[in-house]
Unconditional design. Structure first.
Length: 138
């Protein structure tokens, strides 16, 4: 009989700006694909970030993992790098990658996966009231 897993989700937020644009296309092609989001001056969002981990409940503590440990990992690996940054220029993974919500969710996963030692189950990035990105997808 296997030990049941409990999912723990924790919410965070960060503010960042970005420009949806790729040097592989002309300015006109970028505008046609990304619209106003291709603005050369970029634009910003107040992002919501939900990180979900899962594991067995530790009997002595009753935790899947201590919240302060999860917070420290998210802060060190994601929030310190993303908060109040222009993603295209200030965050290395977006030097050649368009910082769409889809790519942000995937890159946040990649930053968290190893430090969370196999406990990571889902990353959700809320870019706007209408745009939510989940990785891996449901």
């Amino acid at each position: 009989m296997s030990t049941p897993l409990v999912h723990l989700s924790r919410r965070y937020s960060f503010s960042a700006s970005h420009r949806l644009y790729t040097d592989h296309l002309s300015f006109e092609e970028n505008e046609a694909i990304f619209g106003r989001c291709a603005n050369p001056n970029g634009h910003g969002h107040n992002y919501g970030l939900t990180v979900t981990v899962a594991g067995p409940v530790d009997v002595p503590t009753g935790f899947v993992m201590p919240l302060d440990e999860l917070d420290a990992i998210v802060r060190r690996t994601v929030l310190d790098a993303y908060d109040h940054r222009y993603l295209n220029l200030d965050v290395e993974e977006y030097a050649d990658l368009v910082p769409t919500g889809e790519n942000i969710a995937r890159c946040v996963w990649e930053r968290l996966d190893a430090p969370l030692h196999g406990l990571l189950r889902r990353v959700v990035v809320d870019e706007t009231r209408n745009n939510r990105f989940e990785y891996p997808a449901i």
